[in-house]
Design a protein around this ligand. Structure first.
Ligand SMILES: [Zn+2]
Length: 61
């Protein structure tokens, strides 16, 4: 792997705080549960996304 896997972020929909992105969706969910315990906020969104490198395909002159 070259760090190109899916990344997950848990986000609170009440106050818009969010976890750092992680390779493990369970880590994002744990962040939500901790945040819920600390704040009482109950609405969360889990997002998955992927980093990638843009490569130039045309040869340089
Ligand atoms: Zn919150």
């Amino acid at each position: 792997m070259t760090g190109m896997g899916l990344r997950y972020v848990g986000k609170c929909l009440t106050c818009a705080e969010h976890s750092v992105d992680t390779a493990d969706p369970d880590d994002g969910q744990v962040w939500c549960l901790r945040h819920a315990g600390a704040t009482g906020h109950t609405s969360y969104e889990m997002s998955a996304f992927q980093y990638f490198d843009a490569m130039m395909t045309a040869p340089r002159p």
